[in-house]
Design a protein. Structure first.
Length: 370
């Protein structure tokens, strides 16, 4: 039995612009749409925080944000705690964080939850007053298949991908260690090493990635993945490629920014042994309209193997989904609110308009308002 589970329901209170989000249902495919500043990126940031928190890096993450005062909703004078409850079916993880005088956080509470068929609801307290999560150490000493196993593995297995940096110094364009290939890193800085491993261990997946890339980049033929051995005996690798009807190796800088981002997205969405949940902020950035159509198909297909959460500003990408897939993000009374709609309520509208057009016309909401 897998101990990696998708998120069933989510409660967030007091985190950045998200004042109150109570028992919000998440499906296998979740497309966040809304105006700039509505709070989509804050929702993505929550997953980054939890990912760091369960690996005992909460204080480091908080410092990088500036301080706890910048994380709690509208400052510590208005909000005294960040609270959350993540439910994975019968299992759950609950925590509350209090700001400290040095700008960090301490745990007001940390608990595990289990709603079993025989003994009913059960809370397992992990303590209070500590500054780093105890979930991981509890997982290490707990029995396999238990509540701590389910909760830790599900959260630790989330991947928040961000492929926006395609500058000359971006990790995806540089030499990297050949042995850094167990999983695709959030910024795809180890893409060459990861693809090299796939080409040897998962040849069918590698070929599927290659063929999908060719659909959006017709002149692309294949990657040229040749490890280089340094005097220290360490092996490194760079993401070289070749175009059709040529055997000349080209550098990643000879691909457009949009092409590199599409390659990263295809690899993330087709990877074997996928994460329990994948989160991507604005994956459409720099993509050609046809590539956006392909991306929509990839996201729908990926949601059959993993839970998918993305935020987008793209009308063409929204057109690739149903209203039931959408989460409308808006600001109300200063805070971020999240809404889902029943597609049946828009049946008449959908006879004449696409989902993206309904969003553009503000029928669904999620557009700038005065």
């Amino acid at each position: 039995m897998s101990t990696k589970n998708s998120i069933h329901k989510l409660t967030i209170r007091g985190f950045k612009s998200i004042k109150h989000l109570d028992e919000f249902y998440l499906d296998q495919l979740n497309i966040l749409i809304g105006a700039n500043g509505a709070g989509k990126s804050n929702f993505v940031s929550y997953f980054r925080m939890l990912n760091e928190m369960v690996e005992s890096r909460l204080q480091s993450w908080t410092r990088n944000q500036g301080s706890a005062d910048r994380i709690v909703s509208f400052g510590i004078k208005e909000t005294d705690k960040v609270e959350s409850f993540v439910e994975f079916g019968l299992n759950g993880y609950k925590f509350a964080l209090e700001p400290t005088v040095d700008g960090g956080f301490s745990f007001y509470e940390e608990k595990l939850f289990f709603d079993g068929p025989y003994y009913g609801k059960k809370w397992i307290p992990l303590g209070s007053g500590h500054t780093e999560a105890k979930l991981k150490e509890t997982f290490k000493t707990a029995k396999p298949g238990g509540v701590a196993d389910y909760c830790y593995n599900s959260i630790a297995n989330w991947k928040v991908f961000h492929f926006h940096d395609t500058s000359d110094t971006a990790g995806v364009k540089r030499l990297g260690s050949l042995h850094d290939n167990e999983y695709l890193r959030p910024d795809a800085s180890n893409l060459a090493a990861f693809l090299y491993r796939l080409s040897g261990e998962y040849e069918d997946v590698y070929k599927q990635i290659q063929k999908t890339i060719c659909l959006a980049i017709p002149f692309f033929d294949d990657f040229v993945l040749k490890p280089q051995k340094l005097p220290s005996e360490e092996e490194q690798i760079r993401l070289l490629w070749r175009q059709k009807d040529s055997d000349y190796s080209l550098w990643p800088s000879q691909l457009s920014d949009g092409s590199i981002r599409f390659i990263c997205l295809v690899t993330a969405l087709l990877q074997p042994n996928p994460p329990s949940t994948i989160i991507i902020d604005e994956p459409e950035l720099g993509l050609h309209p046809y590539a956006i159509t392909l991306l929509g198909s990839l996201l729908r297909s990926a949601s059959n193997r993993m839970q998918v959460i993305i935020s987008t500003q793209s009308v063409p990408l929204v057109n690739e989904f149903s209203i039931a897939d959408l989460i409308i993000v808006e600001r109300e009374q200063g805070g971020t609110v999240f809404k889902r709609f029943d597609e049946e309520d828009f049946k008449t509208w959908l006879e004449d308009y696409s989902v993206g057009e309904l969003w553009e016309k503000n029928i669904l909401g999620g557009r700038p308002t005065k």
